[in-house]
Design a protein around this ligand. Structure first.
Ligand SMILES: *[C@@H]1O[C@H](CO)[C@@H](O)[C@H](O)[C@H]1NC(C)=O
Length: 100
């Protein structure tokens, strides 16, 4: 109960202070290995607890493609599979920080 009230207070306070601030991020469904967005390019604005993310997909040890956007789910992680490695990074320190 006390935790709920505290959380509510934080939400109210952060909206009063205008935090967290919306941040502009690169958005792209598919970035090729030259760093060129080949599908679904643009930018997005973070909302709420979102951050900019950059995901890099390696197949058989070589960089295959990337993906950029705004996301709520931002646990830095690496997923391993015998042939595919997904590197997931998030940032919120500056606009367009999720450069490929
Ligand atoms: C990435 O896409 C650009 C534009 O279509 C193209 O010129 C470039 O050769 C591509 N790079 C790779 C590694 O496929």
């Amino acid at each position: 109960m006390a935790k709920c009230l505290l959380l509510l207070l934080l939400v109210v306070l952060s909206s009063l202070l205008g935090l967290p601030q919306a941040l502009e991020c690169f958005q792209c469904d598919r970035v090729n290995t030259s760093g060129v967005c080949v599908s679904g390019g643009g930018t997005c604005q973070t909302q709420g607890g979102q951050q900019c993310f950059l995901r890099k997909i390696y197949e058989d040890g070589t960089l295959s493609y990337g993906r950029q956007g705004c996301s709520q789910l931002c646990t830095p992680m690496k997923l391993f599979n015998p042939s595919v490695i997904v590197e997931y990074k998030c940032c919120h320190d500056s606009p367009l920080c999720n450069k490929f």
